[in-house]
Ligand binder design. Structure first.
Ligand code: ZN
Length: 385
């Protein structure tokens, strides 16, 4: 089956002007000024005046549901593929969180396989907040080597009252396991590090990097826009070691929102290629009133991922290609996601088409159209018809 997306403004994420994109099966096979086909069936999607961008990669989603910190009733439900599609997400990395006890790796892998079956490109991280990590098989290395979906370790919690309070030595051992497992399996072997609001922030990572041979590219700390102190420390950490950092899009408003933190970090000299965004989707999000009293429990929203890209472009004034990097090419590079994050011949046909207001209009998951003119075409197994 051939599909032709005609005359859209293509952002690879680098802008290459108005092009036609030809998709065969799950791949992009041709990008050109004008593609003429005759004698074969081709579905033409005309979107003149629209933009086509790579499908978004969300590197931190609690696909199985996170939370649980306010008791059993606060365990967040699983995510449905519908929510990911509406958010323009075509690849997702699922992980466990605080609760690596009532949720385990078997359930996470089953959920990731379910999302794959429904059409999403889905991956998993082994472990949860705890060190030593609670793995599926005996070791982190085994998990990376034997389980197709597992590409790294995390989220491991540091500087948080909910963490297992790992020592430098314990943390190094876990990171080394992921690194070696990654080498042997040809996968990223990256460790995603949850940084809480503890006063030490990233200090333990500085100590790990000063006193070990673990490559800095194998450590990817997240929630760096949690506080001004952590943001400043994250900027220093990235510049000192050439390290990558991640901003959580659902976490804060104002100067600590992911898009403002992104613009600020670039202004402070951080290489934009070292920054990613993730939604922390489907984690618990307690809502407090103006006096700080607990009001209700919300759910981390995967829609914030694209909203942050849009705001970075339209409100912070950064070029669209620059704002797309943290959810496309930068993530694909860190997590070794081959054929992902770019609109290029030979790459997976994971695409999002934006209308003139830069809102999500169409979504393609590996060549299959999942949203058409804002209508969902692909839904989860349990969605109402
Ligand atoms: Zn976290």
């Amino acid at each position: 089956m051939l599909t032709l997306i005609s005359e859209t403004d293509v952002y690879q994420p680098e802008p290459i002007g108005v092009k036609d994109i030809l998709i065969a099966g799950d791949r992009i096979i041709r990008i050109a000024d004008h593609i003429e086909l005759s004698g074969i069936d081709v579905r033409v999607i005309e979107r003149k005046g629209f933009k086509t961008i790579p499908g978004l990669i969300d590197n931190h989603v609690h696909v199985l549901g996170g939370g649980g910190e306010a008791g059993y009733h606060s365990r967040v439900p699983e995510i449905a593929i519908d929510r990911l599609i509406e958010a323009g997400i075509t690849s997702v990395i699922g992980l466990l969180g605080t609760d690596g006890f009532t949720r385990d790796m078997k359930a996470l892998i089953a959920k990731v396989k379910a999302l794959k079956h429904e059409g999403m490109s889905a991956y998993a991280m082994t472990g949860s907040y705890q060190v030593p990590p609670r793995t599926l098989l005996k070791t982190i290395e085994d998990d990376l080597l034997m389980v197709e979906e597992i590409i790294g370790l995390g989220e491991i919690a540091i500087a948080d009252h909910r963490s297992s309070q790992p020592t430098v030595k314990e943390l190094k051992k876990a990171l080394a396991g992921a690194h070696v497992g990654g080498l042997l399996s040809g996968k990223a072997g990256v460790s995603n590090i949850h940084v809480g609001n503890g006063k030490d922030g990233l200090l333990i990572l500085f100590k790990v990097l000063e006193k070990s041979e673990i490559p800095v590219s194998k450590i990817h700390p997240t929630h760096i826009n949690r506080s001004l102190e952590l943001l400043e420390q994250g900027i220093d950490y990235s510049k000192t070691y050439g390290a990558t950092i991640d901003f959580t899009t659902g976490l804060n408003e104002g100067p600590l929102s992911a898009h403002e933190a992104f613009a600020y970090a670039i202004g402070q000299g951080v290489d934009p290629k070292r920054i990613t965004f993730s939604s922390d989707g489907q984690g618990s999000l307690p809502v407090f009133d103006e006096k700080g009293r607990f009001v209700s429990m919300g759910i981390g929203d995967v829609h914030t991922l694209y909203q942050s890209v849009r705001k970075a472009h339209r409100e912070s004034g950064l070029p669209l290609e620059c704002c797309l990097g943290p959810v496309t090419t930068h993530v694909a590079k860190i997590y070794h996601l081959a054929k992902k994050g770019k609109i290029e011949e030979g790459y997976d046909a994971d695409l999002v088409i934006l209308d003139s207001n830069d809102e999500i209009n169409d979504v393609f998951l590996r060549g299959r159209q999942a949203m058409n003119n804002k209508d969902l075409l692909m839904k989860s197994t349990f969605s109402n018809p």
